[in-house]
Design a protein around this ligand. Structure first.
Ligand code: G3H
Ligand code: 13P
Ligand code: ZN
Length: 311
């Protein structure tokens, strides 16, 4: 099956009360780990490429690695640009063969966000590609701000209808308490999501697919391995998986996971070297890293996203 857009995936996910995992990819091993896991779980999957990934690996290399993955499985796979910063980046990824792009103009004023998103939507739709937009600002751990100030960053349900109608975007990333990275909350902070805002947005946009960025859970067993074998990740805290399950049953159709993959990959490599200090063949430790990442992706698909057996 060739690469697909997210249209069908999201329609089924919305109706079925589950979400599709959007996993960040940077090299062959991560692509293999994610696609093998999705294939064994018979789950659709989104492989997404960030600015950092483009710089590290070159989008053309990633496009061809994804193509190799597509040729080894029959599950639906979409290739998505993560956090596209401007029109040109979106256009160049569409030219390379991505089937979905995100235009992230969420830091811009309202009218500018709408104008830029609309411009990308027009170009993308002309080329059979779908567009994710963003409204609201993701919280950051550094935000030692008062509760009212943090609330002001959440997506306002009052704005979503006008935004999606005027831009004609295909999905919308919202801010309801997630944030990027492995340090999302400080010890003692309440790690819950604003499910009430999500429910309200769902009412304002019936059937419309919502996206959650910054949705890693930072599994403590993996962090413990990193810390045991020479690493240092003090107080790494993520989104509880129970919160993500609630969101997946509601309007959230796409859940972005990157940090968890990184932690799993690194934990396995740290363990490998601690147990095999004489090894220097990258295939030896990358085999462990890939296997550990694959196991984590399977867990996400089965226990968090609910997308197993939906391919
Ligand atoms: O949303 C951000 C992703 O985790 C990608 O981060 O640009 O460092 O690859 P990156
Ligand atoms: P995490 O850092 O929580 O994995 O989020 C990844 C993400 O949102 C990519 O766009
Ligand atoms: Zn993100």
């Amino acid at each position: 099956m060739p690469l697909v857009t997210t249209t069908e995936m999201f329609k089924k996910a919305y109706a079925g009360g589950y979400a599709i995992g959007a996993f960040n990819v940077n090299n062959m091993e991560t692509i293999q780990a994610i696609v093998e896991a999705a294939d064994e779980c018979r789950s659709p999957v989104i492989l997404q490429v960030s600015a950092g990934a483009r710089k590290y690996a070159n989008p053309v290399f990633l496009r061809h690695l994804v193509q190799a993955a597509v040729e080894t499985t029959d599950i639906p796979i979409a290739m998505h640009l993560d956090h596209g910063a401007d029109f040109e980046i979106c256009k160049s990824c569409i030219e390379v063969g991505f089937t979905s792009v995100m235009i992230d103009a969420s830091s811009k004023p309202w009218e500018e966000n709408i104008a830029l998103t609309k411009k990308v939507v027009e170009y993308a739709h002309d080329h059979g590609v779908v567009v994710e937009a963003e409204l609201g600002k993701l919280a950051g751990i550094e935000d030692d701000v008062k509760v009212e100030a943090r609330d002001a960053q959440f997506t306002s349900p009052d704005e979503v209808q006008e935004f999606t109608e005027r831009t004609e975007c295909d999905s919308l990333a919202i801010a309801i308490g997630t944030s990027h990275g492995a340090y999302k909350f400080k010890p003692g902070q309440d790690p819950r999501l604003r499910i009430d805002i999500l429910e309200e947005i769902g009412k304002r946009l019936p059937g419309f697919p919502i996206v959650l960025h910054g949705a890693s859970s930072v599994p403590q067993d993996q962090v413990a391995v990193v810390n045991e074998f020479g690493g240092s990740m003090p107080n790494a805290i993520g989104i509880p998986e129970s919160e993500l399950r609630k969101a997946a049953k509601l309007a959230v159709c796409k859940i972005n996971i990157d940090s968890d993959l990184r932690v799993a990959f690194t934990a396995a490599i740290r363990r490998h070297f601690a147990e095999n200090p004489s090894h220097f063949d990258p295939r030896q430790y990358l085999t462990d890293a890939r296997a550990n990442m694959k196991q984590l992706v399977k867990h996400k698909i089965v226990d968090v996203l609910g997308s197993a057996n939906r391919a």
